[in-house]
Design a protein around this ligand. Sequence first.
Ligand code: URA
Length: 239
Amino acid sequence: MTKEEVRRYLEFYQDLGVKTLYKRQPLVTIHQPPSTSHLPPIVLSLGPDHDNLAKISEDIGDCKRCRLHEGRNKIVFGSGNEQAKLVFVGEGPGADEDEQGMPFVGRAGQLLTQMIEGTAKKEGLDLLRKDVYICNVVKCRPPENRTPLPDEMEICGQFLFRQLEVIRPKAICALGSTAAKALLGTKDGVMRLRGKWHKWRDIPVIVTYHPSYLLRPYNQNAKREAWEDLKKVLHFVYD
Ligand code: URA
């Protein structure tokens, strides 16, 4: 890159409200549940000082930074407990979410709610959907529910990262390969990534199947695996 290209690149991120850029870390895979007591004290903040969710939402504003704004009705920022110990990250809003401005309110969302609340109940944990935080990699609905493109993920991902830095959950559950790609920088699919702990910066990440995939009738095995993943992350966070 020339000096001028670097300057324009940095200006672009500055316009997004990003003040500090960090080199992407290699994918970290750990096989044991992470013990937060030995995590290195890395302090990585991407947003402005004293960032908060209201400020991030304000910075998103009436966003036109990528082509996804052209077809959207509502920006879907995220919902739930702003001090949640567990954050679920999906791919992007669908039709119902775009209409209501809330994440995971359609069929996949109902399944996600059942998965969270049903698994917690079975495991004897006192947890409802409202106790966790739920958001997506991109905040506007992609046309025809297509997978977000790399530049859309890159632009909107900066806001997701700020949300995660502000909430600082004890763990993140990535729903599907788009969320895994955004958080871990990997092209690996869910089958390879699930069942192990990964990290986004210093926060433990579990990857599991996207609820839309689990809605397909022939995915019994994946349903069982998703249930195992959820049990694992719920016990890690709430035991
Ligand atoms: N699928 C997603 O990835 N996110 C939503 O909010 C709804 C469906």
